[in-house]
Each structure stands twice: as C-alpha cells, then as structure tokens.
Ligand binder design. Structure first.
Ligand code: SF4
Length: 176
C-alpha cells in the first residue's frame, strides 16, 4: 500500500513534537500534546484592564483584529479562565485583588504582562503607589512591550504564549 503524506500547516507544526503518522488518515499522539493543542486553541483570558493599555486589549477583541479566530474568548470569571492579561498600571491597592483572582484560576494557567507599566512600572518608575512590574505579584509568561502596545502586539504575545504551551508539552517527560 502506498502511504500518501499530505502536509498541512498544522501538521507541519506538529511534526516532530509528538504527532506521528502511520497510515493515510491515521495519526497517533501523546495525550500531553493533544491537551496542549486544545488548550492553546481555546485560551480564555480573564476580562479586566487596569489602565490605558486595556483600551488596546479591547481593540484586539474587536472585528479588525478578531482574537476569536485564535480561539481566544474573553471570560468574566476566574473559575473558567486560563490566561490573565495584566493590561495597564498595577497600583499597589490592586496587587491583592490581582493575586486573589490569579489564585482562583484553575491550573494550568498563564499570564501576559501587556505594556510598559505591567512589565516594569513603565512611566511610573519608582512611583510610591505603583507596583514595579506585574511579576512582583504573579508569575508572568509573556511580556508585551510598548506604551501602549498596539492590538497587533498583543496578538503576537498570544501567539508566543501558544508556542510556549506547545513547547512545554513537547518537553514534558513521560511520568514513570
Ligand atoms: S504602558 Fe503606557 S499606555 Fe499602558 S497603562 Fe502604562 S502608561 Fe498607559
């Protein structure tokens, strides 16, 4: 029997990361890899913005940039969310609520720091009232630079997060 191998962009991406072809129409994969594919294609960010960067984040959800096509759907509850986007200035008063919401999110979960303020305090460097970077509150996976970053920059950050999720699944060793 001749084995026909038709490469699609998604399979090309998957090839070498735990997805194996045996026969036409037949593939096998590690469950870690399949779960990661599902997770990276259905990221639900908790919807809250802290300052001006939030407007750019909202813009990324609108029709022109359309984050829905990446499976990214905003969600107003930490219980079902798996991504926290810190969009804006985190003042010290907000640190505790951010931490509480983060702890209410189930595992696995990821965080994006959007903008200079969330990255390292930005224009509010050494301010008495501002947290000098969201990583002082929760662990951050992706930093999106800019003041403010455009929606395209957030889109790029989300693509980087998707790549990280797949890389983590590829690197995970089988449990013994
Ligand atoms: S990085 Fe700039 S645009 Fe974003 S919240 Fe801070 S001051 Fe506003």
């Amino acid at each position: 029997m001749e084995v026909v191998w038709r490469e699609s962009p998604s399979l090309a991406l998957a090839n070498g990361h735990g997805l194996y072809h045996h026969l036409p129409g037949v593939i096998t994969a590690k469950t870690d890899y399949l779960f990661a594919m599902a997770r990276k294609s259905s990221l639900w960010p908790l919807t809250f913005g802290l300052a001006c960067c939030a407007i750019e984040m909202i813009g990324a959800y609108m029709a022109e940039h359309d984050l829905d096509r990446f499976g990214v759907v905003t969600w107003p509850s930490p219980r079902q969310s798996d991504v926290m986007i810190i969009a804006g200035t985190a003042v010290k008063k907000m640190a505790e609520p951010i931490k509480l919401l983060w702890e209410q999110m189930p595992l696995p979960k990821w965080a994006i720091a959007m903008g200079a303020c969330a990255t390292d305090g930005g224009p509010f460097q050494r301010s008495y009232s501002t947290v000098q970077g969201a990583d002082q509150i929760i662990p951050i996976d992706v930093y999106v630079p800019g003041c403010p970053p455009r929606p395209q920059a957030l889109l790029y950050g989300i693509i980087k997060l998707q790549e990280k999720i797949m890389a983590e699944a590829s690197n995970r060793k089988a449990a013994v």
